[in-house]
Design a protein around this ligand. Structure first.
Ligand code: TYM
Length: 339
C-alpha cells in the first residue's frame, strides 16, 4: 500500500451551547487565530449538532450560534482567511458520523470522561447522541482529512479516539485514506481553572458566574471577578516549580502569561516576589485591555445578525466543496452504490 501524504489542514470547533468563557478563548480561539496566521488552510466550526446532545432551547441555540461566530470574528478570525461555518449546514458531518458510529466500539465510548462528567449519575437518561458524540467529532475532523486540531487539554481523549477511528477504518477496509490527526495542545493556558476552585476547570456550565470570566463581561465585572478570585497567602515564586502545589496561584499566572503572549517562566521573571495585592491589579489591567475590545466588537457584530448568517452560509458552501468529495470516496470504499 502506498503511503498517502496529506497536505496540512487545520480544523477545530466549539459548541454553541452558552456563553464563551476565558477558557474557550485562551485554550482554543486564540490558538485558532495563531494557526490562521501561520498560512495553513484553517476551518473553524460552530458545532450545533453536538450542542443538541443536551437540551437547547431553539431560540437560544440560534442566538448562541451567532454569538459564537461573533466571538470568533471579534477575536481575530477572518472569514476571508479561515472557513467559518456551522456544522449542520454541511450534512457530510452527520453522514460520516453515522459511518463512524459503525466503526467505533461501545467500549471506546464508555471510557470517555466527558460523557461520564456530562451524563452524571443518571447515565441511563442521557441522550444516545451524547454517548455517540465522539464518533461525530471524529467525523468533523476527518471529513476534511484534517492534519492538526488545536484544542484545550480536556479534548485530548476525544482526539485519541479520532485517531483510533481513522486507524480502524483504514485497517478494516485495507486503505490508507484517513490521516492520523495531530492534537495541538499548546500555550500557557491549555487548562484554565475556575476562579473559585483551582481544582475545577473553568466552564460555562458552572452554576457560579464568579467562577469564570465570560467573553461578554464588561470591564467592571472582569475586575470584580479577578479581585475576588481565590488565592493563597504567599508571594508569587520566581520559577514555575514554585507553583506546583498552588493551583489557584498557578491558574492566575497561566492566565496572565497567555493573555500577555508570554511563557510562564518569562511572566514569573517579572512578577516573582509580588504579593497578590499587587499582582491582581496588574492582571485586571491586562485582562480588561485584551478582552474589552473583543466584547465591544462582539456586541457590534451582533447588531447585524443577517451579516453573520451570510458569513456562515458562505463558509458552509466552501466547507462542502472540501467535504463532499471525501464523503463520496468514503461511501465508495465502504461499498455503497452512488448512481
Ligand atoms: P467545547 O465547546 O467544550 O470547548 C471548545 C474549546 O475550548 C476549550 N476549552 C478550554 N481550554 C482551556 N481551559 C478551559 N477551561 C477550557 N474550556 C474549554 C476546549 O478544549 C475546546 O478546544 N468536543 C468539543 C467540540 C468539538 C470539536 C470537534 C473540537 C466538536 N467537534 C472537532 C475540535 C474538533 C467541545 O465540547 O468543546
Amino acid at each position: 500500500m502506498t503511503e498517502v501524504v496529506h497536505t496540512p489542514r487545520v480544523f477545530s470547533g466549539i459548541q454553541p451551547s452558552g456563553g464563551l468563557t476565558l477558557g474557550n478563548y485562551l485554550g482554543a480561539i486564540k490558538r485558532f487565530v495563531d494557526m490562521q496566521e501561520s498560512g495553513i488552510e484553517t476551518l473553524y466550526c460552530m458545532v450545533d449538532l453536538h450542542a443538541i446532545t443536551v437540551w437547547q432551547d431553539p431560540a437560544d441555540l440560534r442566538h448562541n450560534t451567532r454569538e459564537l461566530a461573533a466571538g470568533y470574528i471579534a477575536a481575530g478570525l477572518d472569514p476571508a482567511k479561515s472557513i467559518l461555518f456551522n456544522q449542520s449546514q454541511v450534512s457530510a458531518h452527520a453522514e460520516l458520523g453515522w459511518l463512524f458510529s459503525c466503526i467505533a466500539r461501545m467500549g471506546w465510548m464508555k471510557r470517555m470522561t466527558q460523557f461520564k462528567d456530562k451524563a452524571g449519575k443518571n447515565a441511563e437518561n442521557a441522550s444516545l447522541g451524547l454517548f455517540g458524540y465522539p464518533a461525530l467529532m471524529a467525523a468533523d475532523i476527518l471529513i476534511y482529512h484534517s492534519t492538526h486540531v488545536p484544542v484545550g487539554e480536556d479534548q485530548k481523549q476525544h482526539l485519541e479516539l479520532t485517531r483510533d477511528v481513522a486507524a480502524k477504518f483504514n485497517h478494516d477496509f485495507g486503505v490508507d485514506f484517513f490521516p492520523m490527526t495531530e492534537p495541538v495542545i499548546e500555550g500557557a493556558a491549555t487548562r484554565v481553572m475556575s476562579l473559585r476552585d483551582g481544582s475545577k476547570k473553568m466552564s460555562k456550565s458552572d452554576p457560579s458566574d464568579a467562577s469564570r470570566i465570560n467573553m461578554t463581561d464588561d470591564a467592571d465585572t472582569i475586575a470584580k471577578k479577578i479581585r475576588k478570585a481565590k488565592t493563597d497567602p504567599d508571594a508569587l515564586p520566581s520559577e514555575a516549580e514554585g507553583l506546583k502545589d498552588r493551583p489557584e496561584a498557578r491558574n492566575l499566572v497561566n492566565i496572565f502569561a497567555a493573555l500577555n503572549d508570554q511563557t510562564v517562566d518569562a511572566t514569573l521573571a517579572d512578577v516573582g516576589g509580588k504579593q497578590f495585592s499587587e499582582f491582581k491589579p496588574m492582571l485586571v489591567d491586562l485582562a480588561v485591555n485584551k478582552l474589552s475590545p473583543i466584547s465591544t466588537e462582539m456586541a457590534r457584530l451582533m447588531n447585524d445578525p443577517a451579516e453573520i448568517d451570510r458569513i456562515l452560509g458562505d463558509g458552509s458552501a466552501r466547507a462542502r466543496k472540501i467535504a463532499n468529495p471525501i464523503l463520496e470516496k468514503t461511501y465508495d470504499i465502504v461499498g455503497m452504490i452512488r448512481s
